[in-house]
Design a protein around this ligand. Structure first.
Ligand code: G3P
Ligand code: CA
Length: 285
């Protein structure tokens, strides 16, 4: 089935466009996803949140200020209010050198709009973002995935830092493949994201085998940070430990080609990048 095929392909290397081609166009907007899709990435990555009136929308930050002309939390605004915002102009102010295109006035995207635009022609790597700020997000998301037939067509992965959120998604639809996001901080004792993560032994191998085994009970892979406090933390031992527990490793967010090459040589199963063009150039070399 298409779902089985998707799960098989997780053993191959996956190019994941982080918030679209967000190095080249404003993150989480249609222009950023169009560029990534046109370049032929494997997955469009997105952060899902919920409007006050229950629409799933694409937005990364907990608050509107950085990437729009609005204020406050997504969930305090109706879709009509969110749609009135400009999520493009900030990009030109922040990165005037990155593009000659004009993205000012670009609107917040709903998940339905993204699905209507690309349908089953790509795959979607969907994060349940800030579940505490967006009560009801999992129910709304699963409903949209089912309405668009995304799961059985092998078109979606659902990712979260929040284990409870992933377990909610699983309870709603056990067929949805899940990715546990991790914040790997080997030198710190208390900052791992999984609440039951017993990261009390400092050092590069602080994550215990039983932690991976517990994740493997509900997830098909992990997504983890490349860098901690300016230092690369993902090494061959981490990758081997995860993979030997049946969990492919996707690493975020990798934008420089030398770091892409280093991680690919270590055998990671995919990279999240704001510059999928740079990654595809290496792969197609
Ligand atoms: O979803 C993987 C990566 O995107 C997690 O970090 O903050 O960019 O959502 P963030
Ligand atoms: Ca994300």
């Amino acid at each position: 089935s298409p779902l089985t095929q998707q799960l098989d392909e997780l053993n191959k290397f996956q190019v994941i466009a982080h918030r679209g081609a967000s190095g080249h166009a404003p993150e989480s907007t249609l222009p950023a996803y169009e560029l990534a899709h046109q370049w032929g990435v494997d997955y469009l990555e997105l952060d899902a949140q919920l409007s006050a009136d229950g629409e799933v929308v694409l937005f990364h930050d907990g608050t509107l200020e950085r990437t729009s002309n609005g204020e406050g939390h997504i969930h305090d605004h109706t879709l009509a209010e969110l749609k009135a915002l400009d999520t493009g102009s900030w990009f030109h102010d922040a990165h005037p050198e990155r593009t000659e295109a004009d993205y000012s006035g670009t609107q917040i995207l709903t998940l339905d709009e993204l699905f209507d635009h690309f349908g089953h022609t790509t795959r979607y790597y969907i994060e349940t973002k800030s579940p505490d700020l967006n009560p009801g997000l999992e129910e709304a998301l699963v409903q949209r995935l089912e309405a668009y037939n995304m799961v059985e067509q092998g078109r979606v992965l659902v990712q979260s830092f929040d284990q409870e959120s992933l377990l909610k998604v699983r309870a709603l639809n056990p067929d949805i493949p899940l990715i546990q996001l991790l914040w790997y901080s080997p030198s710190e004792q208390d900052s791992a994201t999984l609440t039951e993560w017993n990261n009390t032994t400092p050092g590069a191998n602080a994550i215990r085998d039983e932690d991976f085994k517990r994740i493997a009970e509900y997830a098909v892979g992990v997504g983890t940070n490349a860098i901690y406090q300016g230092q690369p933390v993902i090494d061959a031992a981490f990758i081997h430990q995860s993979q030997s527990n049946g969990l492919p490793v996707h690493v975020y967010t990798v934008n420089e080609q030398d770091e892409m090459e280093r991680l690919m040589a270590l055998g990671v199963n995919g990279l999240f990048t704001d510059y999928p063009d740079r990654l595809l150039e290496l792969i197609n070399e």
